[in-house]
Design a protein around this ligand. Sequence first.
Ligand SMILES: [Zn+2]
Length: 238
Amino acid sequence: MPQFMDVVFYVCAVYLTVAVAVATRLGWYMVTRLDHFDWLHSKPEIWGMFVFATLLWPLVLIKPMALIKPADLFSGPYGMAARMREEELLRQYPPPCGQTVRYRQSPGRNVETFGEFTFNSADLEKALVAKLQEHPHLADDHEGAILNWLRQRNDSIKTPTDVPDAWHRFQFIADDELRAGRGKSFCLKCNDQIPGIGLREEDDHGIPGWNFDRLLCQQGHPLLVVESVHISVRQLST
Ligand SMILES: [Zn+2]
């Protein structure tokens, strides 16, 4: 019996020793590598992962790389901290912007789109100034950062510069501009330029759930699809 108790003691001692080592490693990483974006957007997940990995370290050690490079353990839900970090970097250090900008909608929860658009940067700047006067709170969102990007443009750059993917709210700006008759549209499915009056509008109205505004080419390919409004429908019990 004493021998059995010795085994239990040594197993517990080894388990606790490794747990302390794992906690030390993760704690060091949390203190030295995680920044304020991580703590702002993923704080509960960070502490949850720390407790989980410390108590149940054998599950973590199935993939030892997780301890060597713990970044994935602390990436948080939907990579929110990484997205916010990228947006802040874009705001502080915007990439070069030329006379025209090119936009391709990122894949989202909407249907796949096939539009590629180019806009005159000066037109966009004018439109955004008007939009921010009407909705000042957007100055802190992508719209404010995009306006700053457009304002520091270099008109000697003649080749179109791409709108960074991280500024996904550019889709609303593009939608407004195209419906106002500004910008050039190209359908990647038809492999053809679309004349200014050639865009078809197909918008949802009053559908329960998300409603979308769509711009299509003449062949019906979706070029730009943006969320317009979400309608909640309460299920009435009968
Ligand atoms: Zn098409």
